[in-house]
Write a protein that binds this ligand. Sequence first.
Ligand code: UDP
Ligand code: MG
Length: 317
Amino acid sequence: METERPPLISLVVPLHKEEANLRGFLSSVTSELGKTGCRFELIIVDDGSPDDTWKILSDEARTMSNLHGLRLSRNFGKELALCAGLERSRGDAVIVMDGDGQHPPGLLPEMVRLWRTTGADIVEAVKTKRGPESFSGRMGALLFYVVLNKLAGVNLKGVSDFKLMNRRAVDAWQQMRERNVFFRGMTAWLGFTHVKIPFEVPQRTAGTTSWSFPTRLKLALTGISAFSSLPLQFVTIAGLLFFGFSVLFGIYTLVLQLTGRSVSGFATVILLLLIIGSLLMLSLGIIGEYLARIYEEVKGRPRYVIASSIEPSSPSE
Ligand code: UDP
Ligand code: MG
């Protein structure tokens, strides 16, 4: 009888300017995945790094038969780099992680063990403590989670992009064809059975974060507009409230007019103009946000463009 081959694990890692971390990262994930007894392939996506990330990757690929490198034609952002990696993964399970040392490779054997013993579709590493971050970064993240939870009912507190998904979950994930990708939210939306592993986010091993305030804000807006149309209903509700208010105020003004007194002044008019003006612009902005998303989807452009790739010779036994 043929002995059953051990399952294949694909490790998908998006990288942007990680030249300083790359060699150490590759050797530690290789040694950790080696402990699992599974076959594995590494799918490393260079998200248009201007530094030597790709060069180092090509160097390392000479000695690693299971390394699959993809180089995107420019910086498309982490979420799209992840898509590129996921689409090429062939494993029975796919693990997604950051390449900056903030997702400890030491957790990999435990994730694989949990997947194999519990049979869960998704094993996710949950942050018990966020890494060292600025106060505004922390507050921004908190605000975003609260808003998303209230609007879309998706609770992302503590959820990270460090997870293992089985083939079924990855295939389902790939059915989501949108261009505005928000990996965390989309996997939460998928459902399936989850098991969690807690972890503390350590410091980056080297380099600096590629996220700036505008990129975080963009991701937050993508997350909110992709998961909820409630902001559009706010526009309707605000309109209704204002309508009610204008009826009351109209009657009041008319009564004053008919009884020979006039509404006191200039201040009222200015205030009304300012309030209505800002409300209108805010509403247009909200509608515009959704319109922009629709436009991006309708154009149907590819999510990312691959400039070059390194094919693996064989997944590790
Ligand atoms: N990353 C990427 N493209 C980007 C920004 C980041 O592929 O445009 C990668 C980065 O190399 C790392 C992961 O995404 O492997 C997480 O990025 P980072 O550590 O900068 O984010 P943070 O940990 O601060 O959320
Ligand atoms: Mg990081």
